[in-house]
Design a protein around this ligand. Structure first.
Ligand code: SF4
Length: 447
């Protein structure tokens, strides 16, 4: 169990006024350690004995595990809360698309290429299916090795899924430097898998039907010298898997069960693609570090990436764009000026609709602390004064020759005050961004 701050304090050197750890007192440092917000080596005076005793208190309740290397590595685990509103979730799960090695050469190449294309830009961020899981469906070591070699060209973190450790060892001849996740050690074969993982310094997935069985297995594997593990808790169906994911997370974070303090993973499988998407999205939200899916079409993967992006943002900090003036298309001095807020989702929705209209335009973004139009207006973050300040700031001086501004339809009430404050002609635009293309092509061109 984790130590409390006062227990930790007794193990610290307590040098009066030292502050070398960056805290005003040893007690403050002890409190940070207890909350997992500091590392014990930040105090240079802790004795080796105290360090050993404090290791349990300062170690995170869930280990950080890295799969792959370089720019495309995947880091999972190190989570600290059960619910996103308590703090934030830190490490977004890998979305792993499966490549069975029993595909013929052409189909295999097409699948690998398709995985490479599963990427988008959403609200200004790059999102993609970021893991490739090669499965030894053929049970043939040479085919597995060839499929792994083909998939390794994607330069993504990899999962090697095989029943036999010898087949994994053969495949590692062509990708050991990528430090793939080896899947999976089970109660009946864990020694062989642990040996391969240890020799190649790769993380190891551990699979058992019950959390209790996992607990026993991870202890043995750790004693065999493998530190980095991922717990595969896939059970019979969505409900049982979700319960296992939740139980393990709770035992690790709330009960301090060290042998379950690893990120987990789940394999989605449904009777049809729709069910599999729903299942995979559930595992993304709660609490898988990697979700493996056999789906590969853009319309199947994009919803998973969207859920992941939404769940793994800090709820205390809405995603925002820089307040500024943005040009969409080849804007000219006659182009329209639209106003919106700096909430990313709002901005990129407006930008997308302006782009779709094919009417080049300027979008003036007001700092509303990342809130949407109505929220910002209701909380006085989007005001006539604020918009007027942007219009009068000179940001448009060299950009447009007219003095007309389009405001969102939802804030039509500010039009009079804005006209008075800024001296610009105020045009009330559509309420919803979806109305922008028609508005720009009809109302604006005749304005
Ligand atoms: Fe105390 Fe160590 Fe921090 Fe100094 S560095 S204040 S001794 S905890």
């Amino acid at each position: 169990m984790a130590l409390k701050a006062l227990d930790i304090l007794k193990l610290l050197p307590q040098k009066r006024g030292c502050k070398e750890c960056g805290c005003p007192t040893c007690l403050a440092f002890a409190m940070k350690l207890a909350q997992k917000q500091a590392r014990i080596d930040e105090c240079p005076y802790v004795s080796d004995d105290s360090k050993a005793a404090l290791e349990g208190a300062s170690a995170p309740p869930m280990k950080l595990v890295t799969i792959g290397g370089g720019d495309n590595k995947l880091e999972i685990g190190n989570e600290t809360v059960m619910f996103r509103h308590e703090e934030t979730f830190h490490h977004p799960p890998g979305i792993a698309v499966r490549v069975p090695d029993d595909l013929d050469a052409e189909a295999l190449a097409a699948r690998v290429a398709a995985i490479g294309d599963l990427k988008w830009v959403r609200v200004g961020m790059d999102i993609r299916a970021n893991v490739v899981a090669v499965q030894n469906a053929s049970c043939d070591a040479e085919r597995f090795k060839a499929a792994v070699q083909a998939a390794s060209k994607l330069d993504l973190p990899m999962v090697l899924i095989a029943e036999r450790a010898a087949h994994v060892a053969a495949a590692l001849e062509v990708c050991a430097d990528k430090k793939p996740l080896i899947h999976a050690a089970r109660p009946d074969n864990w020694q062989e898998f642990a040996q391969v993982a240890k020799e190649k310094a790769c993380p190891l997935a551990v699979k058992a039907s019950e959390p209790e069985a996992l607990l026993e297995l991870t202890g043995k594997i750790k004693a065999a010298g493998v530190e980095d593990m991922v717990l595969d808790v896939t059970a019979d169906g969505l409900s049982a898997t979700l319960q296992a994911l939740t139980k393990i997370r709770r035992l690790a974070l709330k009960k301090g069960v060290r042998d379950l303090g690893y990120p987990s993973m789940a394999v989605a499988a449904g009777d049809d693609a729709f069910q599999e998407v729903a299942q995979a999205a559930t595992y993304v939200a709660k609490y898988a570090g990697i979700v493996v899916t056999g789906l590969c079409k853009p319309e199947q993967i994009l919803p998973l990436l969207t859920v992941r992006q939404n769940v793994f943002t800090d709820p205390r900090k809405p995603i925002q764009v820089e307040p500024a003036v943005y040009e969409v298309g080849a804007a000219t001095p006659q182009s329209p000026v639209l106003i919106t807020t700096n909430f990313s989702l709002t901005y990129y929705t407006v930008e997308g609709e302006v782009e779709a209209s094919r009417v080049p335009a300027y979008i003036g973004v007001v700092d509303t602390e990342g809130t949407s139009v109505l929220t910002a207006f209701a909380s006085d973050k989007l005001t006539a004064e604020g918009v007027a300040a942007l219009l009068k700031s000179g940001a448009f001086k060299d950009k447009v020759s007219h003095r007309k501004v389009i405001i969102p339809g939802y804030v039509a009430a500010m039009s009079g005050a804005l006209a008075d404050e800024s001296g610009w002609e105020v045009i009330v635009g559509p309420r919803e961004a979806s109305g922008i293309p028609k508005f720009l092509k009809t109302v604006w061109t005749s304005a």
